[in-house]
Design a protein around this ligand. Structure first.
Ligand SMILES: Cc1ncc(C[n+]2csc(CCOP(=O)(O)OP(=O)(O)O)c2C)c(N)n1
Length: 244
């Protein structure tokens, strides 16, 4: 629940029509909300600063690097999973449209969404970001990307688990995980089997080079990011949750 400072009960259409009659403040007039927007912007910038991790691949730095390398108009897709919290916090969307994400939190969405995005916007760079669980729900569509020779980059965040569910298990039933460990294939070998180029990144410092090679590749490609399940979400350790 968010406490409203000014509660208005109205349908959006009626409200928008009423607001349209309001004159905007003069450009040189002091805006009453200026201090509030400055504080909100500062808080957002602070929130987007990289965080420390225990594993060898730091997703906060990886998604910063990705944003620095890509044009603002690149289209990023994701499905559901804790990996998306890292993407949304550390990748800055500075153009519209630049993001395809499921409002319903559907896993398996990222891969087909990327294929659709590339078909509709062939001139745009398209990057699919998926967790190992999320990716595995629709990864057979790599065949489509290969068959249509769609230049999409697939980033698979591999923590060896349905991490989101493991997190909730540790929070409610500490030390009693069940059915959330994944027996994954070799994602790079899988990508190559479908005809894509593939790289595995096991250290943060190797991501920039892999990204450069993938972006220089003429066809679809995949980078596997091997992360630690311990880094369950930005600033949070799985072990600390399990300890209560
Ligand atoms: C189709 C579908 N099935 C199940 C869920 C419930 N669910 C949400 S996140 C998640 C695990 C995601 O695992 P992964 O993609 O590996 O990402 P991680 O949380 O490990 O970063 C599950 C099972 C869902 N959102 N959508």
């Amino acid at each position: 629940m968010f406490p409203a400072q000014l509660a208005v009960q109205a349908t959006p259409g009626a409200m928008a029509a009423a607001l349209a009659d309001l004159a905007p403040p003069a450009a040189d007039a002091p805006q009453p909300w200026a201090a509030w927007t400055r504080a909100a912007r500062a808080a957002q910038t602070e929130f987007m600063q990289p965080v420390d991790v225990t594993g060898a691949v730091n997703l906060s730095l990886v998604f910063r690097e990705l944003r620095a390398a890509l044009p603002a108009a690149a289209l990023i897709t994701n499905g559901a999973g804790n990996y998306a919290a890292w993407l949304h916090r550390f990748y800055s969307h500075d153009a519209y449209p630049s993001q395809l994400a499921p409002g319903s939190g559907a896993m398996g969405y990222a891969v087909p969404a990327a294929i659709a995005a590339k078909l509709v916007h062939p001139g745009c760079e398209v990057v699919c970001v998926a967790g190992d669980g999320c990716f595995s729900m629709s990864c057979q569509e790599l065949a489509t990307a290969a068959a249509l020779d769609l230049r999409i980059l697939f980033l698979v965040v591999n923590n060896g688990a349905y991490g989101t569910i493991r997190m909730h298990q540790e929070m409610r039933f500490p030390g009693r995980p069940l059915g959330t460990a994944l027996g994954n294939p070799d994602f790079v070998a899988l990508a190559r089997a479908y005809g894509l180029a593939g790289w595995r990144v096991t250290r943060t410092g190797d991501f920039a080079g892999a990204l450069q090679q993938a972006r220089a590749h003429a066809g679809p490609s995949l980078i596997e990011l091997v992360t630690s399940i311990e880094d369950i979400s930005p600033g949070r350790r799985l072990g600390a949750l399990a300890a209560g």
